[in-house]
Design a protein around this ligand. Structure first.
Ligand SMILES: [Zn+2]
Length: 347
C-alpha cells in the first residue's frame, strides 16, 4: 500500500517550520524542520525557502514528492482575501497584495510534477486545529484555544475539527475584545494596545505586549522591590519577570496572577458565545523549558478560579481548562491536518 502524507508549512516572517501527518492524522515526525523564511530577499526567495524546506523534510523522513497528497500553509494575518497578504506586521511592505496561495500552488505543481491540493489559513487558527485534535481525542466537542505570548492568539475549533475564520478572515481576534475593567480594581485610563483600540483590549492585560503598563501599575504595591529602584530599561525589566516568577519573586507572581485572572474572566466571556467543552491555554508561560510545574499549576488554577463565577451552572463542572501540548509544532501540524481534512471533504 502506498503511503500518503499531508505537508504543513508554517511560515512566520523570519522562520518557516515544516511538518507532516499521515492519513490517520498522526505526525510523520515529532521533529519540526526549521528554515529561514528569507522574506527580506523578496517573494521568490520565500517560495524557494518553502519548496526546498518540503524537499528536505521528505528526504529526512525517507519520503518522496509522490507521497504528498496535499499541503497546508499557515501564515500570519491580516489578509486582503483568501491567500493574499495585506499589510502584515514584520513582513516587507512589498508583500501587501501578494497572492501567496497561487504562487505556492504553482511552485508545488512544478516540483511534484502534478497539481497538489493546497489550503491556506491563519497560523493561530491552524495551531488551534492541532491542539484541539489532541485535546478532544475521538469526542465530537468544540475547543477554544488562547495563546498568550507577545500578543494574544485565539482560535475556536468546532466539533467538526475546523477553525472559525469569519467572513473577512478576522474571526477569533479575541485578544482585541475589551476587558471588563470594573472587575479589576484598576483606576485611570485603560491600557493601550498595538491595534489602536482604546477600550482596554484583553491582549494588553494578558501578554508580554502589555507588561510595561502592568508593571507600572503593580509595582506601586512593592515600593522596596529591586525593580522599583532599578534604572534598567523597561524592556529588560519586563523580560526578567518570567524567570523571577519561577524563583518565587512576589512582584512577578503578583503580575502573572493578575494576567491569569484577566485570562480567566476572558475564558468565561468567550464561553458565553462559544460554549466550548475544552479550553486549551498555550503560549510561553506553558513552555516546559521556561517555567516550572509549580508555576504552571498556579497559573492554570488562577485562570480556572477567575472563570468559574461567570460560567453557567452546567459549564462550571464540564468545561475543562488544560495546558497546550504541542508547543512550536502546533501550527505546522494544524496546517497539515487542514490539508488532510480538505482531502476528506470535511468542508
Ligand atoms: Zn487591541
Amino acid at each position: 500500500m502506498s503511503k500518503k502524507i499531508f505537508i504543513g508549512t508554517d511560515s512566520g516572517a523570519t522562520t518557516t517550520k515544516l511538518c507532516a501527518v499521515w492519513e490517520t492524522g498522526e505526525p510523520v515526525s515529532n521533529k519540526v524542520l526549521q528554515r529561514s523564511t528569507g522574506s527580506e530577499n523578496g517573494r521568490e526567495a520565500v517560495i524557494h525557502s518553502w519548496i526546498t524546506g518540503v524537499s528536505d523534510f521528505l528526504t529526512q523522513n525517507n519520503l518522496q514528492w509522490s507521497h504528498v497528497a496535499g499541503v497546508g500553509l499557515a501564515i500570519p494575518g491580516p489578509y486582503e482575501r483568501y491567500g493574499v497578504w495585506s499589510n502584515t506586521p514584520n513582513l516587507p511592505k512589498s508583500f501587501a497584495g501578494w497572492d501567496v496561495f497561487t504562487d505556492y500552488k504553482t511552485a508545488l505543481a512544478q516540483q511534484a510534477g502534478r497539481e497538489l491540493p493546497l489550503v491556506c489559513g491563519n497560523d493561530g487558527n491552524y495551531g488551534g486545529v492541532a491542539e484541539a485534535r489532541l485535546a478532544r481525542g475521538n469526542a465530537k466537542i468544540s475547543v477554544l484555544m488562547l495563546m498568550p505570548g507577545s500578543g494574544l492568539g485565539a482560535a475556536f475549533v468546532g466539533a467538526d475539527g475546523l477553525c472559525l475564520d469569519g467572513d473577512t478572515l478576522a474571526g477569533m481576534e479575541a485578544g482585541h475584545m475589551p476587558v471588563p475593567l470594573q472587575l479589576l480594581g484598576l483606576t485611570g485610563k485603560p491600557f493601550t494596545c498595538g491595534c489602536g483600540r482604546d477600550w482596554g483590549c484583553v491582549e494588553a492585560y494578558t501578554t508580554i505586549s502589555g507588561l510595561p503598563q502592568l508593571l507600572v501599575e503593580r509595582i506601586k504595591n512593592f515600593p522596596d522591590h529591586e525593580l522599583a529602584r532599578s534604572t534598567a530599561p523597561t524592556k529588560e525589566k519586563v523580560l526578567s519577570l518570567r524567570t523571577r516568577a519561577q524563583k518565587g519573586d512576589a512582584l512577578a507572581l503578583d503580575i502573572f496572577d493578575f494576567q491569569a485572572r484577566v485570562m480567566g474572566i476572558h475564558v468565561a466571556n468567550l464561553a458565553m458565545a462559544l460554549d466550548p467543552a475544552i479550553v486549551v491555554i498555550g503560549g510561553g508561560l506553558m513552555d516546559h523549558e521556561a517555567t516550572t510545574p509549580e508555576f504552571r499549576v498556579r497559573y492554570m488554577n488562577a485562570i480556572r478560579a477567575a472563570a468559574r463565577p461567570y460560567l453557567w451552572a452546567p459549564q462550571k463542572d464540564t468545561i475543562k481548562i488544560v495546558p497546550a501540548a504541542l508547543g512550536e509544532l502546533s501550527q505546522a501540524i494544524g496546517a497539515a491536518l487542514m490539508a488532510m481534512y480538505q482531502s476528506q471533504d470535511k468542508h
